[in-house]
Design a protein. Structure first.
Length: 117
């Protein structure tokens, strides 16, 4: 590797896919009912020390549960792939965290650089 600041393409691709999978999972979870299983809702009054309320939850369908499980498993595998990539062996131990943070932002910096050109 001639440029020590260049991440390998497969590492960049795995990190980019990890961002996409996490975003897809977050979007899906935001749309699903609050409970996986059907449960009644509740409401605590505004003067309660922790006022809160939830509507009745119809629960998740089998398909929704499978989709969430698949996305979580993929995110976990990508996290392992990124964190155990052989590239990290070439990075000084004191620089790993800084480089890992740089990798997490690489796709946004690349997009910004592409737009500016």
């Amino acid at each position: 590797m001639t440029d020590p600041h260049r991440f390998p393409d497969d590492l960049l691709a795995a990190q980019h896919e990890l961002h996409q999978v996490r975003a897809e999972l977050a979007d899906l979870l935001a749309q699903l009912p609050w409970s996986v299983t059907p449960l009644p809702g509740w409401s605590r009054p505004a003067d309660h020390w922790f006022p809160t309320s939830r509507p009745d939850s119809p629960g998740w369908t089998d398909e929704e549960q499978q989709t969430v499980a698949t996305l979580r498993a993929r995110a976990q595998q990508l996290s392992v792939d990124v964190s155990t990539h052989p590239f990290w062996e070439s990075v000084d131990k004191g620089e790993v965290v800084k480089e890992r943070m740089r990798l997490k932002r690489a796709h946004t910096e690349e997009a910004a650089g592409g737009q500016a050109a």
